[in-house]
Design a protein around this ligand. Structure first.
Ligand code: GAL
Length: 684
């Protein structure tokens, strides 16, 4: 993380800046439509309560038809039209996808895969993050845009590029090789340091000159793991450097306009270390698309929660999600009734102060024509568009929450990009391990137990929590081990799992037995991992079933309690889950993958830590609670996780969204299937 965080600066609304409001809108791509549609667009936007749109994201070829010609007339007209209708513009720098004239003249900007294949134009984002030629052309466009629109009253924020790294995070070209070497020189100073960090004594990999070093291109066998890890760090940094280059031009020309770029904190998108990027922009934005599966809504909540903590608990911008189906999954299913509003409000519950969609009007042509929009192919007279209007009204009713911050929970789940990258490298004991899924499973268990948990970067200050879960915290440099030790000694309850504490920042093993950095704290020692085969499971004596992993644990500290024993399999009769009391705190270890079986364990941990949850036991697991707050108020979001009506008794507060069954201040809050209620309560 950079040492001097950028202060948070929110949207510069065009007029009446004091009026609190939540942003509501979409990516707006008027260049895909004839001019006569534009007036219809703004009429519908106004009717739906849209107050902000992102414009020009993929407009480079239209704005600069050749190297030396420009066409801004249409964008001038759109900016004026939107402003005249009270709609603010989050203006893209338009650099996301280079135009054909540029790639024809300069094919050396095209990315190259690990196999040496060129990624040709024809789709989008076909540019090398490290290409000096691309950067020169892109920054010229950024400068031209900033000069032209600096004083336009609709300009409310800058949107750098689009989803940096969505398709081009890993480029193995010669440009990347040069930049990788520079990055390595900066990190290690000397080749001796690099050779040590990469463990090049192994397999005759010792480097004697910098120009021998390459990105981890397709190799005869497993590429050097630290080379792979450093290439991941470098690739994230290369895009961050590009982000800064655009941002610096914008700051120079329009210092009062906040700058953002849309992250992709969702699913398995792991190439960009957003915790490290967040300080580079004025406010965090995120794109989120629901992934099908039983944990679909939990994953949404998890991503929103993590985004909010990447944003430091301050408001952030949901730049994209979908009104209904997307086009890029193998089968693209429409959202069910209730999902559109619940998905949106779940993001708001976790700190989003703007709710936008991809995209305003569903495309008629192109690769995304089957992707839903706020105005679908069916037009204004459609269920999707009616629901969009309903959402606009709901967000209007929530205007007073704008600017409120997230109220910290008492439990946290640590999330760490370095551990994500490293634990999933190849040539490991079990290559089926999925880091993010582990963290998500713990989050689901907290949701099922009805207790709030924050998803926080491992680099953040977690010392104020009562319970910290660190699933598969694989990379543990000394300072992190010390912080966790201090947390426990101060009375905190730490839970960690298999494959945690194993390596340092160079991916070198902490010697002396596993789990390395945590052995003493946990009071256990493991000599060998015992991964389980695909489909193989083991029973625990508490009735749970483990998969993926097991370990022969030796208890080394007399105070350690065994919470569960292996009953079957090679480890039968040995400890599976252990807990070492440390003063009023504790250190718990889970040596197998429990998946959906985590809930009872979470409940007992919460009992030990005296964290009963804030909602009545009758709705435990059925309702997610998320809390935002100001100096005077708390805003409680009650989110129905089920497809049935849920009645929540005994919760007081003024209802901003939703309904009670009667007039009494604590009358039952009735949550429709997949429904959400929002209550305003005095600050606790
Ligand atoms: C995002 C992208 C949008 C659109 C959307 C479709 O990745 O930023 O331009 O492609 O996905 O879901």
């Amino acid at each position: 993380m950079s040492s001097t965080p950028t202060p948070h600066r929110w949207l510069r609304w065009p007029e009446d800046r004091a009026t609190p409001r939540l942003g509501f809108g979409a990516d707006y791509n008027p260049e895909q439509w004839p001019r006569e549609v534009w007036a219809e667009d703004v009429r519908l936007m106004r009717a739906a309560g849209v107050n902000i749109v992102s414009v020009a994201i993929f407009s480079w070829a239209r704005l600069q038809p050749t190297a030396d010609t420009w066409d801004f007339a249409w964008l001038d007209e759109i900016m004026d039209l939107l402003h005249a209708n009270g709609i603010a513009v989050d203006l893209a720098t338009a650099t996301a996808s280079p135009p054909p004239w540029l790639t024809t003249a300069h094919p050396e900007i095209l990315p190259v895969t690990a196999n040496g294949e060129t990624l040709w134009p024809g789709a989008r984002q076909h540019w090398r993050p490290t290409s000096p030629v691309f950067r020169e052309h892109a920054l010229r466009l950024v400068r031209t845009m900033a000069e032209r629109y600096a004083d336009h009253p609709a300009l409310t924020a800058w949107h750098v590029s689009n989803e940096l790294g969505c398709h081009n995070v890993y480029d193995f070209s010669d440009d990347a090789a040069d930049a990788f070497r520079d990055w390595l020189r900066e990190r290690y100073s000397t080749l001796d340091e690099l050779n040590h960090a990469w463990g090049t004594a192994f397999w005759s990999q010792r480097y004697s000159a910098w120009d021998q070093i390459l990105p981890p291109r397709l190799a005869a066998s497993h590429p050097n793991p630290t080379q792979q890890l450093d290439f991941k760090r470098f690739s994230s940094d290369a895009l961050k450097s590009y982000l800064r280059a655009e941002r610096d031009v914008l700051r120079e020309l329009t210092p009062d306009v906040p700058v953002t770029t849309n992250f992709m904190v969702m699913g398995e998108t792991k190439g960009m270390d957003y915790v490290d990027w967040a300080d580079e922009i004025d406010f965090v934005s995120n794109d989120h698309y629901v992934l099908p599966g039983v944990q679909a809504h939990d994953e949404l909540s998890f991503s929103a929660n993590l985004t909010g903590h990447i944003a430091g608990g301050l408001p952030w911008f949901l730049m994209e999600h979908s009104t209904s189906a997307v086009n890029w999954q193998p089968i693209n299913v429409a959202k069910k009734p209730g999902d559109l509003v619940r998905d949106s409000l779940t993001h708001v519950a976790h700190g989003a102060d703007a709710v936008c969609f991809f995209q305003w009007r569903q495309s008629r042509a192109g690769a995304e024509k089957y992707h839903s929009g706020m105005v679908p192919h069916a037009g204004e007279d459609s269920e999707v568009h009616r629901t969009v209007r309903e959402l606009g009204a709901t967000l209007g009713a929530l205007a007073e929450i704008a600017g409120s911050e997230q109220v910290p929970a008492r439990a946290a789940i640590l999330f760490d990009w370095e551990s994500w990258w490293t634990s999933e490298l190849d040539s490991h004991p079990n290559n089926s391990l999925r880091y993010r899924q582990e963290a998500l499973d713990w989050y689901s268990a907290f949701l099922a137990a009805g207790v709030r948990a924050d998803v926080v970067p491992a680099r953040s200050d977690f010392s104020g929590y009562d319970v910290v879960v660190a699933p598969v915290l694989h990379v543990v440099p000394g300072a992190l081990a010390e912080r966790l030790q201090a947390f426990v000694e101060a009375g905190g309850h730490l839970v960690t799992t298999y494959f945690s504490g194993i390596v340092d920042q160079n991916d070198h093993i902490h010697l002396g037995g596993y789990p390395g950095a945590f052995s003493d704290l946990l009071g256990i020692r493991v000599e060998e991992f015992a991964p389980l085969l695909e489909g193989e499971t083991v029973l625990l004596d508490d009735g749970n079933e483990g998969s993926l992993w097991s370990e022969p644990i030796t208890v080394t500290d007399a105070s350690v309690e065994v919470l569960a024993w292996y009953k079957t399999g090679e480890q039968g009769g040995r400890p599976a889950i252990t807990r070492r009391p440390v003063g009023s705190g504790s250190a718990t270890y889970v040596s197998t993958r429990l998946g959906t079986g985590l809930e009872p364990l979470v409940r007992s941990l919460l009992d030990d830590a005296h964290l009963p949850g804030d909602l009545p036991a009758t709705v435990r697991g059925k309702v997610e609670l998320a809390v935002r707050g100001t100096a005077e108020h708390e805003f409680w979001f009650l989110i129905n996780r089920t497809a049935e009506q849920v009645d929540v008794d005994g919760v007081t507060g003024d209802v901003l969204v939703g309904r009670r069954s009667g007039g009494a201040p604590d009358a039952t809050v009735v949550l429709a299937p997949r429904g959400v209620a929002v209550l305003r309560r005095p600050k606790a």
